[in-house]
Design a protein around this ligand. Structure first.
Ligand code: ACO
Length: 150
């Protein structure tokens, strides 16, 4: 079962750091967000973070699955759960951003119905102290995807 956590007790930073490079970046959104986790045998193995952007828009700021459990459909399950919760909470749109070299993420997000609507140019060059590489390519731009909920 995917559950909302109590933030003062159990923020799974180890998992959040799989999706975001620095604690500094995570701390910019984590305290104003809802954090949902998935447990297996009482251990947290996956997480996603929802932040309200406006009355109509909510954003998945972070989504991560423990490396030992990746590729088993859990990421897709989390995305569907996030979409359902956003709908239930009455938002019109859910958005998510990922690095331009994040091939698996871009595939997965589009598979569950997100579509690209914007590119934040130089996001990873201007907001992180060190270069970040994914699939052997340096991340430069943030690709923004959205899904209409109504
Ligand atoms: N290229 C294209 N597709 C791929 C690749 C690849 N290199 N590797 C796997 N896939 C496919 C799989 O075949 C599967 O598709 P299918 O269902 O059609 O077979 C899909 O990608 C993976 O689906 P899941 O198993 O549901 O995904 P998973 O449980 O591995 O979770 C996630 C995906 C969250 C991206 C996970 O890999 C992860 O935690 N990665 C590290 C953290 C991360 O990058 N998070 C996202 C950053 S962006 C953000 O947080 C807003």
């Amino acid at each position: 079962m995917i559950r909302l956590i109590e933030k003062d007790k159990e923020i799974p930073y180890d998992l959040l750091l799989l999706a975001d490079e620095t604690m500094e970046a995570i701390n910019k959104y984590v305290n104003q967000s809802d954090i949902y986790v998935l447990d297996r045998d009482n251990v947290v193995i996956a997480v996603y973070v929802l932040q309200t952007i406006s009355d109509d828009i909510i954003e998945i700021k972070n989504i991560a699955v423990d490396t030992a459990f990746q590729g088993q459909g859990i990421g897709q399950e989390l995305l569907k759960d996030a979409i359902n919760r956003a709908k239930e909470r009455g938002f019109e749109k859910i958005i998510i951003g990922t690095g331009d070299a994040g091939i698996k993420q871009l595939y997965l997000y589009q598979k569950v119905g997100f579509e690209i609507y914007d590119i934040k140019h130089r996001f990873f060059l201007d907001n992180y102290p060190e270069p970040i590489f994914e699939n052997g390519i340096q991340l430069k731009h943030m690709i923004m995807l959205k899904k209409e909920l109504k």
